[in-house]
Design a protein around this ligand. Sequence first.
Ligand code: E4P
Ligand code: PEP
Ligand code: MN
Length: 451
Amino acid sequence: MTVNADTEAVAAQATWRDLPAAQQPEYPDAQALRDVIDELSSYPPLVFAGECDQLRQRLGAVARGEAFLLQGGDCAEAFDAVGADQIRNKLKTLLQMGAVLTYAGSVPVVKVGRIAGQYSKPRSKPTETRDGVTLPTYRGDSVNGFAFTPEARTPDPQRLKRMYHASASTLNLVRAFTTGGYADLRQVHAWNQDFVRSSPSGQRYEQLAREIDRAMNFMNACGVDPEEFRTVEFYASHEALILDYESALTRVDSRTGRLYDVSGHMVWIGERTRQLDGAHIEFASKIRNPIGVKLGPTTTPEEALTLIERLDPEREPGRLTFITRMGADKIRDKLPTLVEKVTASGAQVVWVSDPMHGNTFEAASGHKTRRFDDVLDEVKGFFEVHKALGTHPGGIHVELTGDDVTECVGGGDEIFVDDLHQRYETACDPRLNRSQSLDLAFLVAEMYRDQ
Ligand SMILES: O=C[C@H](O)[C@H](O)COP(=O)(O)O
Ligand SMILES: C=C(OP(=O)(O)O)C(=O)O
Ligand SMILES: [Mn+2]
């Protein structure tokens, strides 16, 4: 491992501490937090800086229009969901989506999970009231517990260590699956085996898998058996929200002397913490990882240009990804000016569509949900805008799970509002289930081809 702790250089990145940091937990015991930070600072990196560089190169290809980014996973990972089945199901769903996009969209797909670190949530309200009792809102397993009790909801810094260990175990299994044979393209059918073959998306996938098989057999018969089919390059990403944690996992790379946040390959800054004069952007400006920034409907072109100045002063394709989350009803109106102004500035950012976060609503039953049709319409709008401007629709960023949950309504195997209660398991936002995720991949592949 070539990443060393270089105390002085690492301390120099802590300039974010002088700036306002939104959405941070209020820990009751400051000393307990300091102790945890000290301990985390001594832990080994979860990723290698060279892998972050490799992802930046892959994203550079996306920025140039030569590849497509598939980024997806839970809204909020949970400590009690760090089990082999859940991790495998998520990975399988992403691999299936990747196969669909690569084959049907005829484009190399860069695969990045919202995984192995996605434990912290920004919230719209600081407190939650139930039956007259008001408690701090749930902010992700890294901060407090989901249960509605004062004990669970009090932020506990020990949870940051659990986040590290949960991330490490998850990443370990993901690496085992992706390099140990499970992700071998010859397994395209196996990924689908347990999936309801009667479901429309399962059947459609089966058809595509047969075509991939034939193509591979053809190549084999021609004497071609590329190593690339045996393993999959898969990267981990999460929102860099809790700066004490991200900062404790920031290290100097001994190869280059530069700082990397080794808690994940790519990190992003959320819509609620992207203030230009805030701590999160300052922190992100100091690290070399590929950085994403969520852009909601209020983003001005000037803000986008300043973000580029702050985060990508060297104008390096792949360094900066703008993840737009406008809402299906706003994307066609809001996105064009941003893309035009950014393109005119000469910057080569990756443009990605998050069609989830601008389309959330509360059903009459009280469940937070999203309509599959709105999700699809936002992606359509994203593609239309880029087509009109001659720019590259670089990818999608989605909240999904490999389990058959009922959290978003619609899809080929339709889920109705009245079904939501059946398997509503998310700790935060509603995710596409496996069938809806595959539906989306097929439809996006068509859009990409038509582009
Ligand atoms: O993904 C995160 C949610 O969109 C965010 O936490 C806000 O959710 P809330 O409005 O329920 O707080
Ligand atoms: C909170 C999230 O998104 P945003 O910052 O875009 O609201 C998220 O990605 O879960
Ligand atoms: Mn979310």
